[in-house]
Design a protein around this ligand. Structure first.
Ligand SMILES: Nc1ncnc2c1ncn2[C@@H]1O[C@H](COP(=O)(O)OP(=O)(O)OP(=O)(O)O)[C@@H](O)[C@H]1O
Ligand SMILES: [Mg+2]
Length: 457
């Protein structure tokens, strides 16, 4: 529930609905106010006219009667008598007719010499409204003054105003609903991407190879950044795993190799003596595999020693073209039964590095490339300066590697070859790192492999 209230959807909807409702209420109140003022001013004028008419009529009737009976010479009682007898019926008659013409208006009059109370023709309990009632005084020559009043019942005037209010309430509700719907649609589009990213991150937690889908806009930028972060995290993890493996292996091999080397030398020595002794005899055939296998073991021991006890770098300056001339010459010995075209194109660069170790580095790479080419193929070497580094690209048209293979090639003892030890690339990696360089690899199964080595110049 708390999550719901904190959600973007809820907050945006609330804000927009509130905004719409407040705006509508404000607009309605402005409109209603001006409509009401307009109605009041029109109605006021109308009942003013009716009230004037009543007063006018009374004055005329009174003056007519006064002339007829010459009020100046009559006693007050006589005057009252005449008024009651002649003026009142005539005025009442007029009043009734006028009332008929304006049935919606409330009217009344009170004239002391004629009446004891106010005359109301419609609702006797009618209360005068402050806003509209027009009260007009009536004067006669000697008599007390009286008055007429005309009024418009409030609910009748307010009817159109109320209609507008009702209509606007309806519009407010519809607008709020529309706004909510609009926000829901917009946030759905918006949160669809966020939900995708959230789900993607969950997958990423378990599988660093997963990549978030591409989106447009800022969310897309976030997805791209997350993908880049995952990529570099993966690289870092792999590198630290590799370094850890290398370290453990270094400690381990130093001990084992030391124990194996001496007996191996004895075995090889005695086998060579035996080979001479058995020369020409049928048992000679048993000695050959012993020598072959001890040679293989010696090679492994040498690799492991190299690996376990890294010697300090012995850096010298050497020309890269000359260097590759020698290394490729050495590598060609491993390609005698294949038809491989070696193509070296290097800028004239002086490299400052450990030449022996670099030889081992590139020989390992070249031998791998030769082994990856079944019969015919190309091996290319390109070198050029790139900033503070010399970039050496070595590519072959061999069998290439799958993604899974690529993830493991630098791990010591990882090999897919029957006769391999899986130390070649682990040594390559170590030498590059010792020089403060970097190594990248791209490969496609069935198409070939490219190694990029960056060495500080
Ligand atoms: N150029 C390449 N083309 C295709 N696969 C390669 C290439 N280089 C390396 N590999 C793959 O990487 C694996 C590891 O190579 P690495 O050089 O470390 O060991 P190896 O060649 O198998 O044995 P060795 O210790 O004799 O070098 C190889 O077994 C091979 O599967
Ligand atoms: Mg190898």
């Amino acid at each position: 529930m708390k999550r719901f209230f904190q959600s973007i959807r809820f907050q945006l909807t609330t804000v927009l609905v509130l905004f719409v409702v407040l705006t509508m209420v404000f607009v309605t109140s402005v409109v209603i106010n001006s409509v009401r003022n307009e109605i009041f001013s029109v109605e006021t004028k109308r009942i003013e006219v009716v009230a004037d008419q009543l007063v006018d009529k009374y004055q005329k009737l009174y003056e007519g009667n006064a002339l007829q009976w010459d009020f100046g010479h009559l006693t007050l009682d006589k005057q009252k008598f005449y008024l009651q007898k002649f003026l009142k019926p005539a005025f009442d008659e007029y009043f009734k007719n006028l009332k008929k013409s304006f049935p919606e208006l409330e009217m009344g009059y009170y004239i002391p010499p004629i009446d004891n109370q106010v005359v109301y023709l419609s609702n006797p309990r009618y209360k005068l409204s402050k806003k509209l009632t027009i009260i007009k005084p009536i004067y006669t020559k000697k008599m007390q003054k009286g008055y007429v009043f005309v009024d418009e019942p409030y609910p009748i005037i307010m009817r159109p105003v109320n209609e507008i209010r009702e209509e606007s309430n309806r519009v407010t509700v519809y607008s709020a609903l529309l706004a909510a719907l609009f926000v829901l649609i917009v946030t759905s589009i918006f949160t669809f991407k966020i939900v995708k990213i959230k789900k993607g991150l969950k997958v990423l937690e378990k599988d660093l190879d997963y990549r978030l889908p591409r989106f447009s806009g800022e969310i897309g930028d976030i997805a791209i950044s997350i993908n880049a972060m995952a990529e570099s995290l993966k690289k870092n993890i792999e590198e630290s795993q590799r370094n850890e493996a290398l370290r453990t292996l270094g400690l381990f091999t130093a001990g084992v190799v030391h124990e194996v080397r001496n007996p191996l030398t004895s075995i090889k020595g005695f086998a060579q003596i035996l080979e001479k002794k058995l020369s020409g005899k049928p048992e000679e055939k048993y000695i050959k595999p012993i020598l072959r296998e001890t040679d293989r073991l010696s090679r492994i021991v040498k690799d492991l020693l190299n690996y376990g006890k890294p010697t300090p770098l012995n850096k010298t300056k050497f020309n890269i073209n000359k260097f590759f001339g020698i290394v490729v010459g050495l590598a060609k010995q491993f390609a005698t039964n294949k038809n491989i075209n070696f193509d070296v194109k290097c800028d004239d660069i002086e490299l400052y590095a450990d030449e022996k170790k670099c030889e081992e580095l590139f020989l390992n790479l070249l031998i791998n490339s030769i082994q990856a080419i079944e019969k015919d193929g190309d091996i290319k070497i390109r070198c050029k300066k790139e900033g503070e580094y010399t970039k050496i690209v070595l590519s072959d048209t061999g069998k290439g590697m799958s993604k899974n293979q690529l993830d493991h090639i630098f791990v010591p003892f990882y090999t897919t070859k029957a006769e391999g030890t899986g130390l070649g690339l682990a040594i390559v990696y170590r030498i590059v790192k010792e020089h403060g360089g970097r190594i990248d690899v791209q490969s496609k199964k069935g198409e070939g492999t490219t190694f990029e080595i960056y060495l500080p110049t």
